[in-house]
Design a protein around this ligand. Structure first.
Ligand code: ATP
Length: 196
């Protein structure tokens, strides 16, 4: 099986995430893409307050509900602790023996790969499928196998969506209606004072 692994904070999941997952799936003929909300993302330590893992998981779950090739996994939430991608890949290798793994991510995350826990081992295990997020030139990490995901630039970030919600601005264009309904029902992102 060809399996896409798409980790993120998903705080909240937005149409940019979904476009990336779907384009990577179809372009590289993956059997499925597994979206994995991080329990404790190692690269977002500067965020003093993160929406609960359960809420972020539920939002991803409703977002992928109607998508035949996308699924959500709570493996990082169950594992607790710091959510290292290496551990997640090892878990998936055990669950899906003999599969090929593709790590799906945006260029911002890709450029940081060398700072990841056990980066050199991860590079040996997966092919990276990378989406552009800006027009700027990229720093490409060394010794990686990667390919670009062909899709229009999608200038959406979860941080802007959180800010917009807090300031009462419309966000309908950036979120699936089911996700927005979930956010409203749980009153998420109303008070962001504790964020940096
Ligand atoms: P924040 O604004 O809070 O930093 P984010 O929108 O970047 O959040 P994450 O959950 O941190 O969302 O992202 C998960 C993965 O999805 C990362 O690899 C990121 O680069 C990628 N990604 C997020 N938004 C987009 C987008 N609009 N286009 C392409 N890739 C994206």
């Amino acid at each position: 099986m060809k399996i896409g692994i798409f980790g993120g904070t998903f705080d909240p999941i937005h149409v940019g995430h979904l476009a990336l997952a779907k384009n990577a799936r179809s372009q590289f003929l993956l059997d499925k893409v597994i979206l994995i909300p991080a329990y404790n993302p190692p690269h977002k330590k500067s965020i003093p307050f993160l929406t609960s893992a359960q809420d972020r998981y539920e939002m991803v779950k409703v977002a992928v509900g109607q998508e035949p090739f996308l699924e959500v996994s709570d493996c990082e939430i169950q594992r607790k602790g710091i959510s290292y991608t290496f551990d997640t890949i090892e878990g998936l290798e055990k669950k899906y023996p003999g599969s090929e793994f593709y790590l799906i991510l945006g260029k911002d995350a890709f450029e940081d790969v060398d700072t990841w826990h056990k980066a050199s081992l991860i590079k040996k295990k997966v092919k990276f499928l990378v989406a552009n997020r800006t027009d700027h030139d990229s720093h490409i990490p060394e010794d990686v196998i990667f390919d670009w995901v062909q899709m229009p630039l999608c200038p959406i970030a979860a941080s802007s969506i959180r800010d917009a919600i807090q300031h009462g601005k419309p966000v309908d264009a950036f979120l699936l209606p089911e996700v927005l309904r979930y956010i409203r029902s749980r009153n998420l992102y109303q008070d962001q004072k504790s964020r940096s």
